[in-house]
Ligand binder design. Structure first.
Ligand code: NAP
Length: 511
């Protein structure tokens, strides 16, 4: 006999709970609505949509994937201003898309998820939030992105510093850098974008480099008015342009799988440094000693020439300590500092990939423990032991060569197929089989061997033992092809004993 489970009246019950309203969460919401499902809620820790594009507003912030490709396939934009749009144009695109598809009423802002627990007697997820609200959902979608918790290194004496300190993802636009001595730590994707922008404004800029990055030319250009008009009038031409960008990006997988080709490209990249940096010793310091592509390849025409400026110094000695108004390196040199900017990236602990809250699944499954040897999932989406939980940009689905929006759309399509099949099966939950997940991950790790990512460097792509838990090691069209439909035999389909009273369900479902 089926028994009824009671819930506190303040609890919201929905079909789908989504965490995050960046590109992933919005795509999920739009496609749910298109499928006729308005029974969902988006839990968003920030005060607006946009995720990484809401947060990363530092000077010079822009996407290093072409905008016609870094946008939804179903929501083309004819009038991107440049090949690589600046952050505010991308954020505006996200705001416009949110409005067009009527997603805002489904979002609870300033609502951070603090825990998620699966109940196998009902087949439901209970999602707790920092506001005290609880959401109970049949499906739980993590669209919280891998890069959102700033990594701020512990530096001796930083607490005594009298100047300004901020992280690149928390840029203080009210702080005027004009005429200041500025220390910038880190030389990753964010720093190489803001360093050239702030250099002309500050009195002195010290760029602290631990490991140099490979930076290649940016094929930047502004779209002419006539092109934008043609794209608006003839969407087919815009789509052709997008297709051309897709395939030219896709061709970049060859150097990834053939380090010999990568080494050829590396020679060109070395020439680029020598052409752009006048001082030979400086050019040498800026040249990495690992194979190009091992860490994310960065694109900029402005970064290297910044070091030709008289007011910019590249500092490669390690940091010893920070004093009240200065920073001291291990070689004993003291440099005056009014402001310290951390371009030091984000916390990417594989055990908490995309979730810095406790998450428990079927009996005995706790994600922190299950992922202590490294985050793993099936196509980055389903994790064994966590039924009806899905991830966007989950383990081994990030990219170094093409648009992540393409992957997100494939993942959303797959998740909708899971939801549809669950209903068709008359089941309450579906759990990916452990054996299926394991053999998939063995193939992923086997394919990682011999790629540039395994050529020897440290990056956020890898955990401490060298296992790459972030990158999809094939072409994106392979991912698309393999996630077009679910294989029902990959999952165990379960009907639960306990059901929630439908009267209570109606009474508590709100947005
Ligand atoms: P990141 O690529 O992880 O770079 C962090 C930098 O800080 C590295 O140079 C790192 O040096 C350095 N660092 C970290 N801890 C340090 C410490 N304790 N002392 C000294 N240096 C330290 O972070 P990010 O630049 O914020 O970029 C993160 C990711 O965001 C990128 O990989 C990219 O995927 C994405 N991103 C994308 C775009 C875009 O246009 N699409 C733009 C910006 C960022 P080591 O290399 O030695 O660790």
């Amino acid at each position: 006999m089926t028994s009824k489970v009671s819930l506190p009246t303040q609890t919201t019950i929905v079909d789908v709970a989504i965490v995050g309203s960046g590109f992933g969460g919005l795509c999920m919401a739009i496609k749910l609505r298109e499928a006729g499902n308005d029974n969902f809620v988006i839990l968003e820790k920030g005060n607006d949509v946009g995720g990484t594009w809401r947060d990363n507003s530092y000077p010079g912030a822009a996407c290093d994937v072409q905008s016609h490709m870094y946008s939804f396939s179903f929501e083309g934009k004819a009038d991107w201003s440049k090949r690589y749009a600046p952050w505010h144009e991308i954020q505006q695109y996200i705001l416009d898309t949110t409005a067009k598809y009527g997603i805002r009423p489904f979002i609870r802002f300033n609502t951070e998820v603090t825990g998620a627990h699966f109940d196998e007697s009902t087949g439901l997820w209970t999602v707790n939030t920092g506001t005290g609200q609880t959401v109970v959902a049949r499906h739980f979608v993590l669209a919280s992105g891998p890069l959102h918790v700033p990594a701020i290194p512990k530096i001796k004496g930083i607490e005594n510093f009298k100047g300004k300190v901020f992280h690149s993802a928390q840029w203080d636009h009210n702080y005027d850098l004009t005429g200041k001595n500025v220390v910038s730590i880190g030389t990753g994707g964010s720093a190489i974008q803001y360093v050239p922008e702030i250099a002309p404004q500050v009195k002195q800029l010290y760029v602290f480099q631990r490991t140099p990055a490979w930076v290649i030319p940016r094929d930047e250009r502004t779209y002419w008015g006539i092109e934008k008009a043609v794209f608006a009038k003839l969407p087919m031409l815009r789509k052709l342009h997008r297709a051309r960008l897709y395939w030219s990006n896709e061709s970049r997988v060859w150097p990834i799988f053939n380090p010999a080709i990568a080494e050829g490209l590396q020679k060109l990249a070395e020439m680029f440094i020598k052409i752009q940096v006048k001082d030979k010793a400086l050019a040498k310091k800026l040249t990495p000693d690992y194979t190009i592509g091992c860490k994310r390849v960065l694109i900029s025409n402005k970064y290297y020439p910044t070091f030709n400026r008289k007011n910019v110094e590249l500092v490669t000695d390690g940091i010893l300590e920070v004093k009240e108004n200065s920073i001291v390196t291990k070689d004993g040199v003291t440099r005056p500092a009014d402001c310290i900017i951390f371009g030091t990236g984000f916390i990417v602990d594989p055990r908490i990939y995309m979730k810095d809250f406790p998450c428990t699944g079927l009996t005995g499954h706790n994600l922190v423990d299950d992922w202590k040897e490294g985050a793993e999932a099936y196509y980055g989406i389903s994790v064994t032991g966590y039924p009806n939980m899905y991830q966007l940009v989950g383990p081994n689905t990030a990219l170094g060569h093409n648009s992540i929006i393409f992957m997100i759309e494939a993942q959303v399509n797959y998740i909708l197929d899971c939801m549809k099949t669950l209903k068709a099966q008359g089941a309450d939950y579906a759990n990916i089989k452990a054996s299926v997940q394991q053999s998939f991950n063995e193939k992923v790790q086997a394919n990682m061997k011999g790629t540039v990512w395994s050529s020897g460097c440290a990056s956020w792509y890898q955990q401490d033992n060298g296992k790459n838990f972030t990158i999809w090691p094939w072409s994106t069209w392979k991912y698309w092809l393999e996630t077009r439909k679910i294989n029902q035999d990959d999952y165990v389909w379960v009907k639960c004993e306990n059901q929630i009273s439908s009267r209570k369900k109606q009474a508590t479902t709100t947005h």
